[in-house]
Design a protein around this ligand. Structure first.
Ligand code: ZN
Ligand code: ZN
Length: 130
């Protein structure tokens, strides 16, 4: 019995050590997670600050360009070329490279080569390609 109680003491000591190691590792993990959260958060903030690049097409003069716009940009916006408030979000056709005004429909075609596009719905993961 003496040997068993001795072992038990050893195990208790060991458990105490393990608890402190687990607590230490847990604290490091929490700190690391906090840094990770901070890093991704600041990255998202920089995207909001810098905006994102997208095609715009002016329905008044036909001008199209790839512009850096804030994420909350409202359309139509003022055309950078003619100044008319007729510039809308556009898309460059991957097949014929035509830049066209993107309709609000979930399925739309390139006006030039009739390539079909499906708008990605946020959260749903997008529709499967035909
Ligand atoms: Zn214009
Ligand atoms: Zn096309």
């Amino acid at each position: 019995m003496g040997a068993i109680s001795g072992m038990r003491e050893c195990m208790n000591e060991g458990t105490g050590k393990w608890v402190s190691i687990i607590v230490a590792v847990g604290l490091i993990a929490v700190a690391g997670f906090g840094i990770y959260r901070y890093a991704t958060h600041s990255e998202a903030e920089s995207v909001i600050a810098e905006g994102h690049k997208m095609w715009i097409v002016c329905e008044a003069c036909g001008h199209s360009e790839r512009a850096r716009l804030p994420l909350d940009q409202q359309f139509p916006m003022d055309c950078p070329k003619c100044g008319e408030p007729k510039a809308v979000g556009g898309q460059k056709c991957v097949r014929c490279e035509e830049v066209f005004a993107r309709p609000p429909a979930s399925v739309y075609q390139c006006p030039k080569c009739k390539a079909e596009y499906r708008a990605f719905r946020s959260g749903a993961g997008g529709d499967p390609e035909p």
